[in-house]
Design a protein around this ligand. Structure first.
Ligand SMILES: C[S@@+](CC[C@H](N)C(=O)[O-])C[C@H]1O[C@@H](n2cnc3c(N)ncnc32)[C@H](O)[C@@H]1O
Length: 411
C-alpha cells in the first residue's frame, strides 16, 4: 500500500517529457506508467543512463569502476581505498574526478574514497555493503548539490538528489530483523563518515534508513551468466523465459548499442531467453529489476534508474529492461494499447506462484494481483477442490502459505 508520508505521488513535469508514457496513481500500487498512445512490439518506451551503480565486493577487482567494463581476470590498478579497481590509469583518473562513465549522477571517487577506506573492515554481508556504497553516493550527491546551491549553481547533474527522493521509500515496511540489521550497518557507515572527516552534513540515522528504503525497493540487479566469462552479458533475462515462452529479447552490444546478429525464435532476436547456451555478448550486461538470479545467473552489482523505477511489476509483463554498457532501455514485449499499464518483472518468472508471491512480499512489500496470479489462483482453487473431492479428506497443499519472515534486505 502506498505510503504517502514517505513519498510524493507526483513527479516533476519534465521527468517523462517527450516519452510515450505518462504517470498514473492508485492507492494500491502507487505510481505506475501507462502508454500515452498505442505502442508496437519492441518499441523503446524510455531510455536512460543509470543513476547510480555499485558492484558486489566479490566482483570489485574484475569490473573497472571507471568505464564499468568487466574483465575475466583481476585488474591490476586499484585505488588506495581498496574498493575501486581499474583497467587503466585513464579510468582511475576520470573516476577520481567524474565518477563512473555513463552515470547520470557523477560522484567523484575522491570525495567518497576516504570513507570507503574503512569498508574493508565492514562486517556487513556483500549485499548490504553494496547498498551502503550507494547510500554513500547519495550522501555525496546531496553534499555536492548543497555546495553548488551555496555557489549559486542550480544543477550539477542531469538527475539530482531531488530525483532520488522521487523513489518510493519502503523503510517502514522492513521487518524488525531487517531494521536491526540495517541499524548495525548504518552505524558502521556513520562511524566511517566520522572517522574519514566527511565534509558534508552528517545524516541522522532515520534519514539514512530512508535512503536504504529507497534503494532497497527500486534498485536493479546486474547479472552475468554463471560459468561464462566475466565479460559475458546476457544476465537477468533468462528468468523470464518460462512465462514469456515463444518470445525472445535481444541484448545490445556495448560497443555499438545495437542488437547482435539474429538467431532466436519468437521475436527473432538474438541471444534471447530461448537461447541460453548461445555465446554471450562480450562486455555487455542486461538486467532486470529483481533480486534473485536463476541458477544460470549470478548477481554482480546493482544500479538505480529513476524513470524505470516508476514501472510496476507484473508476472506477465509487457515490457523488459535491457541494459547496454552504460545505459538501460525499456522495450515493449508486445503491442500495447493506449492507456494500458506498462509493466516489467521484478522477479524470476520461472518460479512457482507461491515462491513468486514470497519474493514480492519479502523484497517489494506487496501482494501481486496481476492477471497471471489471479488465473493461477483460480486454477489452483479449481484443482484443489477436485483433489479434495478425490481424496474425500481435508484440503491438501492448498492452505495459504504462512507469511515467511522477511529476511535481510538483499537488494
Ligand atoms: C520500483 S517501485 C515501482 C513504482 C512505485 N509504484 C512508485 O510509486 O514509485 C516498486 C514498488 O511499487 C509497488 N508495486 C509495484 N508493482 C506492484 C503491483 N503489481 N501491485 C502493487 N504494488 C506494486 C510496490 O510498493 C513496490 O515496492
Amino acid at each position: 500500500m502506498w505510503n504517502s508520508e514517505n513519498s510524493s505521488h507526483t513527479v516533476p513535469d519534465d521527468t517523462l517529457a517527450g516519452l510515450p508514457c505518462k504517470l498514473e496513481f492508485s492507492k494500491e500500487k502507487g505510481r505506475y506508467l501507462v502508454a500515452k498512445r498505442a505502442l508496437l512490439r519492441e518499441e523503446v518506451v524510455l531510455e536512460s543512463e543509470s543513476y547510480l551503480t555499485s558492484i558486489l565486493p566479490s566482483w570489485k577487482k574484475r569490473i573497472c569502476r571507471g568505464c564499468f567494463a568487466a574483465h575475466s581476470s583481476r585488474l591490476s590498478i586499484k585505488c588506495q581505498c581498496n574498493q575501486a579497481w581499474y583497467c587503466s590509469e585513464a579510468c582511475r583518473g576520470s573516476h577520481a574526478c567524474a565518477g563512473t562513465a555513463g552515470s547520470q549522477c557523477p560522484v567523484p571517487h575522491k570525495l567518497v574514497c576516504p570513507v570507503l577506506s574503512y569498508f574493508g573492515g565492514s562486517k556487513c554481508d556483500a549485499d548490504m555493503e553494496s547498498v551502503l556504497h550507494m547510500c554513500l553516493d547519495v550522501l555525496a550527491l546531496q553534499h555536492l548539490e548543497n555546495l553548488a546551491a551555496t555557489a549559486g549553481v542550480q544543477r550539477i547533474a542531469k538527475l539530482g538528489h531531488a530525483d532520488f527522493l522521487l523513489l518510493q521509500d519502503h523503510s517502514d515496511d522492513f521487518s524488525k530483523e531487517d531494521k536491526r540489521d540495517w541499524k548495525k550497518a548504518l552505524t558502521f557507515l556513520e562511524n566511517a563518515l566520522r572517522k574519514a572527516g566527511w565534509p558534508g552534513q552528517r545524516p541522522r540515522p532515520q534519514e539514512l534508513l530512508t535512503i536504504v528504503g529507497r534503494i532497497a525497493a527500486n534498485n536493479f540487479g546486474i547479472y552475468r551468466t554463471r560459468g561464462g566469462s566475466v565479460a559475458a552479458g546476457r544476465q537477468g533475462l533468462a528468468a523470464q523465459k518460462a512465462s514469456l515462452a515463444g518470445t525472445t529479447v535481444s541484448e545490445q552490444t556495448p560497443e555499438t548499442g545495437s542488437p547482435v546478429a539474429s538467431s532466436g525464435s519468437g521475436l527473432e532476436r538474438p541471444n534471447g531467453m530461448n537461447n541460453l547456451e548461445a555465446p554471450a555478448v562480450s562486455g555487455g550486461t542486461a538486467h532486470d529489476l529483481r533480486d534473485c538470479a536463476t541458477t544460470s545467473e549470478e548477481l554482480i552489482g546493482r544500479e538505480l534508474y529513476i524513470r524505470a523505477s516508476l514501472l510496476n511489476h507484473s508476472c506477465r509483463p509487457n515490457c523488459v529492461v535491457i541494459r547496454g554498457l552504460s545505459s538501460g532501455s525499456v522495450q515493449t514485449l508486445r503491442d500495447i494499447q493506449e492507456g494500458e499499464e506498462l509493466t516489467i518483472s521484478y522477479i524470476d518468472l520461472g518460479l512457482p506462484p507461491s515462491a513468486r508471491g514470497d519474493e514480492l512480499r519479502k523484497n517489494f512489500f506487496f501482494e501481486c494481483t496481476c492477471d497471471r496470479c489471479i488465473e493461477e489462483r483460480t486454477e489452483g482453487a479449481t484443482k484443489c477442490t477436485y483433489e479434495r473431492s478425490k481424496l474425500r479428506g481435508p484440503a491438501q497443499g492448498c492452505a495459504p502459505k504462512r507469511r515467511g519472515r522477511k529476511t535481510r534486505v538483499s537488494q
